[in-house]
Design a protein. Structure first.
Lengths: 220, 220
DNA sequence: TTTATAATCAACTGATCTATTGATTGAATT
DNA sequence: AATTCAATCAATAGATCAGTTGATTATAAA
C-alpha cells in the first residue's frame, strides 16, 4: 500500500468530501447553520430516525465539519466554524455552474415562484441603510431567536397570511430563510406578491450572512 | 420516495461532493489543473490502470467537474472551469483547519523540509516587480509548456542538481509546482538551502495561480 | 480490408456505505 | 437503587462503490 505524504493528505481531503456526499448530511449541515441543536431536534427536522441522524452527525464530526458538547443528557451539535458554510457555498456554486440537473430543478420549481432577481447581501445592506425596506425572516421562531439579521421581523411562513397587517404595505419586503434553496423565502415572496405587495428575496440565507462576518442579532 | 425540490437539489450537490470523495480522483484533478491531458497520460501519472482511470474520469465528468474532447483517437480531459480549483481550495482550507490528521502528516513530512514561511501570491508579485527573485518552476517540462507563471525558469526537480549554474546564487529563489501538497517544491527548496542558497516556496501551485485570474505564459 | 491503438463498456468480486433494529451507556429524576 | 430519557453502539441486510479482467467501439494507419 505505502502512500506518499501527498496521497495520505488527499485521502483526508477525500474523507471530508465524502462526508458532504449525502443529501441528509447536507440538510443536517443546513440546519446546523442556523445554530446549534440537539440530535433529537435535528432528526425530527430532517425526517430521520434518531439512530440514523446520530450516525450521520458522527460522520460529520469525524470529518471535522461539526463539533458537539454535552449539557446534561442532551448532546448539542454545531458547525465546527464559519468556514464550513464557505465550503458549502463553494460546493453550491460549482454544482450550479455545471450541473444541468440543478438548473432543471431550479427552473421547474424555484424560477416559477420567483421570476425577480434575488437581492445580494450588499444590496440589502444599502437598502436597509436608506430605510426603504422591511427585512423579513420567515424561519420558525426558535431559529430566529438563535440568530437573525439585525432589524429583521420574524413571521414564520405558516403565520404570514394572518399577520400581514404587521408589514407596512408601502415598503418593499426582502425575505430570507435558511439558505439559497430553502423554500420558505420563495413561498413568502410569492404570497406577498399575490397580495400586490412588493417583495423579493435575499440570494441566500442566514448562515451565509453570518459566515460573511456581517452583524447578527439574537433574542436571548 | 418523493423528494421535495430542496432534497433533489441537495442530492445533486451530494453527488458532486461524492465525486471529490476519493484520493485518486483528487489526484486526477490536481494533474488536470496543470492543463488538459489524455486518459493514458493521466493513468500513468496517477498510477492507475487505464480502465480504472477512465472510470474515475467519467465520474468526474458526470459531476460536471471535468470536460473532455476527442482529437483523433485520443480523448483529452480538462477541468470544467477555474471554479473547480476554487472548490478544491475551499476543500483543502476546511480540511486543514479541522482535521488533526492533516496537521500531523504535514508536520511529520512537510514541515521538516520547509520550516520557512511560504510566499503568498501577492508577495511573489511584489518581489518579482522589484526584480529581487527568481521564480522556479520544478514541474516536468511538458506541464511547464502548457502554462506557467510569467518569467518563471523551468528546471524539473530531477535536473536541479545538475543545473544549479543556471540560477544566480545571489537572488532568492521562489519555487512552485502543482499545488500546496506537491512535494517537488518542498524538495527543491530543501536542495537549494542545502547548497546555502536562499529559497522559499509559493504557498500553492500553478492551478491556484491561474484560477486567481493572474497572468499565465505558455511555450507553444 | 486488415491491423493497431486509445478509450470505453460489461461483468464480476470484494469492500464500503446506508438504514433499521434492539441493546447499552450516561445523566437526571424519583 | 430503580426509572426515565437522550444518545450512542452493535449487528445486520441491502445497496452502492472500487478495481480487475476481457470484450467492444472509434479512429487512424498499413
Amino acid at each position: 500500500m505505502s502512500m506518499g505524504p501527498k496521497q495520505a493528505i488527499l485521502a483526508e481531503f477525500a474523507g471530508v468530501a465524502r462526508a458532504l456526499g449525502h443529501a441528509h448530511r447536507l440538510e443536517l449541515l443546513e440546519h446546523l447553520g442556523q445554530g446549534e441543536r440537539g440530535v433529537d431536534a435535528l432528526a425530527a427536522r430532517v425526517g430521520l430516525s434518531l439512530a440514523n441522524a446520530s450516525q450521520h452527525l458522527q460522520q460529520l464530526r469525524r470529518a471535522g465539519l461539526v463539533a458537539n458538547r454535552r449539557d446534561g443528557k442532551f448532546i448539542y451539535y454545531r458547525l465546527a466554524d464559519d468556514g464550513v458554510t464557505d465550503l458549502l457555498t463553494a460546493l453550491r456554486r460549482q454544482s450550479e455552474r455545471n450541473l444541468a440537473e440543478v438548473d432543471r430543478i431550479r427552473r421547474g420549481y424555484f424560477a416559477d415562484r420567483d421570476s425577480f432577481e434575488p437581492v445580494s447581501r450588499e444590496d440589502l445592506l444599502e437598502r436597509v441603510a436608506s430605510g426603504l425596506v422591511t427585512v423579513l425572516d420567515v424561519r420558525p421562531q426558535d431559529e430566529f431567536g438563535q440568530g437573525h439579521l439585525p432589524g429583521a421581523v420574524n413571521i414564520p411562513l405558516g403565520e404570514l397570511q394572518d399577520r400581514l397587517a404587521e408589514l407596512d404595505p408601502d415598503r418593499e419586503v426582502i425575505a430570507y430563510c435558511r439558505g439559497a434553496y430553502c423554500v420558505f423565502a420563495f413561498e413568502a415572496v410569492a404570497a406577498l406578491r399575490a397580495q400586490g405587495r412588493p417583495a423579493r428575496r435575499l440570494v441566500d440565507g442566514f448562515p451565509e450572512w453570518k459566515a460573511a462576518g456581517l452583524p447578527v442579532a439574537t433574542s436571548f
